[in-house]
Ligand binder design. Structure first.
Ligand code: BJW
Ligand code: ZN
Length: 248
């Protein structure tokens, strides 16, 4: 692919790279997205499955849904998009991944600076005593479990609608956005807030904004460059170009 000159200039001179990702980066690993064609929210109701009220009304249903998704995450692997993102670290001073995903695949691909805005499906916690547990603690439990310490309800450590993001994580992501020279927006519909403010902040503070998505989104009209295609194909192409310039 031939890239526009301003993008090439930024890629060649950047120090700080920010990569903001959503469900689309994991689609090629076989994990369903939330919106759009085949999205989870076409078949399921977000207010029943991704809200605290929904959990309190039917904890077993919500627990079962997360156990099912954990199994999918456990059985899959990062794809070429996740690996390309990890590879940016070879070529730039500072590379940060700010993800809305809960699937842990950026960490598994080797990215070392990952901020998880919406939590991590591989953890649980007790809503009463706040003790954290790994997924292995309740691996084959099919009904919402109770805390072994205080009998409180155990829930996945993810951020549901109406809930605050993990303390300090959004602020850290905003600070990285302000410092970034290039901000990639990869595989997200960019409709969920406050997460979707991250690329807006990056742009306000002068970053060059590149969107990678299989289709146009809410944010396409405000980006500097929109690359339409699969993240697992477009990101490795960008890395290949960088390698050619750097000769390694
Ligand atoms: C590919 C591809 C390929 C596919 N390659 N691309 C301001 C304005 C308006 C509303 C609000 C606002 N502030 C707050 C709100 C309310 C709400 C919100 O944003 N609602 C909007 C939906 C209207 N936000 C919240 O409630 C947040 N909390 C909050 O604001 O707290 C403050 C507060 C506290 C107390 C009282 C009041 C306020 C919390 C949001 C939590 C979101 N949680 C979920 C579930 C996480 C757990 C789980 O996984 O189960 O997070 S919902 C879901 O959406 C998930 C995702 O992280 C998030 C974003 O979705 P994402 O990643 O963009 O996925 P998709 O499916 O939408 O898009 C995929 C894209 O990939 C598509 O574009 C495809 O084309 C593309 N694609 N294949 C490249 N191969
Ligand atoms: Zn407890």
């Amino acid at each position: 692919m031939n890239y526009p000159e301003p993008f090439i200039n930024r890629l060649q001179n950047a120090d700080n790279i920010l990569i903001f990702t959503g469900a689309g980066i994991s689609a090629e690993s076989g994990i369903d997205t939330f919106r759009g064609k085949g999205g989870l929210w076409n078949k399921m109701k977000p207010e029943e499955l991704a809200s605290f009220d929904g959990f309190m009304k039917n904890p077993n249903l919500v627990w079962e849904w997360y156990q099912y998704r954990r199994q999918i995450v456990h059985e899959t692997s990062p794809n070429s998009g996740h690996y390309a993102i990890a590879e940016f670290e070879k070529y730039y001073n500072s590379v940060s991944v700010v993800t809305q995903n809960v699937d842990n695949l950026h960490n598994r691909a080797g990215s070392t600076n990952v901020l998880e805005l919406h939590g991590n499906i591989e953890r649980n916690f007790c809503i009463d005593c706040n003790t954290f547990f790994g997924v292995e603690d309740f691996q084959s439990v099919s009904e919402a479990p109770k805390c072994p310490k205080c009998s409180g309800m155990i829930r996945p450590d993810v951020v549901w609608f109406g809930e605050s993001l993990p303390q300090g994580v959004f602020e850290k992501a905003e600070a990285l956005a302000r410092e970034s020279d290039i901000c990639f927006i990869v595989g997200t519909s960019a409709v969920v807030y406050p997460a979707a403010y991250i690329p807006v902040t990056a742009k306000e503070f002068g970053a060059y904004i590149v969107e990678i998505n299989v289709e146009q989104t809410e944010i396409t009209r405000s980006v500097d460059l929109s690359l339409i295609g699969k993240a697992g194909e477009l990101l490795p192409e960008i890395i290949k170009k960088i390698k050619e310039w750097r000769g390694s």
